[in-house]
Design a protein around this ligand. Structure first.
Ligand SMILES: NC(=O)C1=CN([C@@H]2O[C@H](COP(=O)(O)OP(=O)(O)OC[C@H]3O[C@@H](n4cnc5c(N)ncnc54)[C@H](OP(=O)(O)O)[C@@H]3O)[C@@H](O)[C@H]2O)C=CC1
Ligand SMILES: CCCCCCCCCCCCCCCC(=O)[C@@H](N)CO
Length: 352
């Protein structure tokens, strides 16, 4: 027997004896796949248990702070169109009366009413509790924005934004929560911003006040879930409102250029999405593809309200982080280019 023959017969013997071992990795793979499929099916079977029952807006009482303008007014209209009773809360009485008239145009039955109360949500709110009566859904939308470089924003503006955007959501929520817990039902909505998911140039005062809402929402949701009350945090992009127009008058170029990435939305489009998510009891409400990516990417330890949402987060997170790194690179280069341009302008001014 030549040495070549010997070698091939050894391999054949080896293959014959051990061939089924070769299949082992495939068998294991099949078993793992079967387990995953069974697990996902099981999750879907129990999903009705973790998804809240949708809120019936028809006949419900919805309170909207910041309801006299922009996104808040659009939310009020969207709820009114679905048969809700509305209370609008803001400071300026004339604007409130005007908004009330606009909302009333969308009535679907003659029992519906729109009330308004002039309250500054950033100062204590406890007296308002009795006036309001039972509330099915509270929309915390009153808010304002200030942009500018960190050292150029006056110190008291940092405080003001926390008072209006953050504490202005705490006080109204405190006013309605006890009754909601007693009735074992309700929805609380916080209108944050995409700038509450990503810290960016020009928003050193604004972003923290919007990030804070997310922390409040997560903590509160864990407390009140057993009472069948669901919290929604909305993270809209730039939206075409009077507030946005005002903000644009003094917005740094960098902030404008970076924000443009996510585009500008219309308030009624934003309101539709937010109201749908609040009715369904979704914790997270995002607008547009960038909003979707940002929410999946920054979900952290936030509560999950559907199996599909959880699975999507698991599958997409790594991919979205990869995309985010490119975005961050482009934002850094916007900031660097603007800085160089400013310095060149300054130098040119000096030589003149
Ligand atoms: N527009 C945008 O690009 C985006 C906005 N957002 C957020 O959405 C919310 C609404 O924004 P937008 O519609 O643009 O704003 P607007 O400026 O158009 O409207 C703000 C509303 O809040 C009320 N409000 C402001 N301060 C107080 C206060 N202290 N007490 C009671 N009511 C108050 C205003 O009425 P009054 O002044 O009479 O009190 C008005 O009704 C804000 O929280 C904002 O941060 C988030 C992402 C994007
Ligand atoms: C995978 C990762 C995707 C990343 C996408 C990043 C997009 C960032 C855009 C940030 C826009 C911030 C808008 C703030 C609007 C606002 O709150 C003010 N206009 C209020 O008046």
């Amino acid at each position: 027997m030549s040495s070549e023959e010997g070698l091939s017969s050894t391999i054949a013997d080896w293959l014959y004896i051990n061939s089924w071992w070769l299949l082992l990795p495939f068998i294991m793979l099949l078993v793992v796949a079967a387990f995953i499929v069974a697990f996902v099916l099981l999750l879907y079977m129990i999903s009705p248990l973790i998804s809240p029952k949708p809120l019936k807006l028809n006949g419900a009482h919805v309170v909207v702070t910041g309801g006299s303008s922009g996104i808040g007014k659009a939310i009020a209209i969207e709820c009114y169109r679905q048969g809700a009773f509305i209370t609008l809360v803001a400071r300026d009485e004339a604007k409130l009366v005007q908004a009330k008239k606009e909302v009333e145009k969308f009535a679907i039955n003659d029992k519906q009413v729109v009330l308004c109360t002039s309250v500054d949500v950033s100062s204590d709110y406890s007296q308002a509790q009795e006036k309001l009566g039972p509330v099915d859904m509270l929309v915390n939308c009153a808010g304002t924005s200030i942009s500018g470089k960190f050292e150029e924003v006056e110190v008291d503006r940092f405080k003001k934004l926390m008072e209006v955007n953050y504490l202005g959501s705490v006080y109204p929520t405190r006013a309605v929560i006890t009754t909601m817990k007693e009735r074992r039902m309700g929805r609380i909505m916080f209108v944050s911003s995409q700038a509450g998911q990503i810290g960016m140039f020009g928003y050193t005062a604004y972003s923290p006040s919007k990030f804070a809402l997310r922390g409040l929402a997560e903590s509160l949701q864990m407390e009140i879930k057993p009472y069948n009350i669901y919290v929604t945090v909305a993270f809209p992009p730039d939206t075409d409102t009077p507030g946005f127009a005002e903000e644009n008058k003094s917005k740094p170029l960098e902030t404008k250029l970076i924000s443009e990435t996510a585009g500008v939305c219309q308030p009624d489009q934003v309101a539709k999405i937010i109201v749908r998510d609040a009715v369904q009891g979704n914790f997270n409400s995002s607008v547009g593809p960038d909003g979707y990516m940002l929410s999946a990417l920054t979900c952290g330890m936030s509560p999950v309200t559907s199996i599909t949402e959880g699975l999507q987060q698991i599958v997409t997170m790594g991919l979205f982080r990869t995309i985010a790194l490119f975005y961050l690179g482009s934002f850094d280069s916007i900031v660097r280019r603007c800085m160089i341009q400013r310095e060149q302008l300054k130098a040119a001014d000096k030589t003149e």
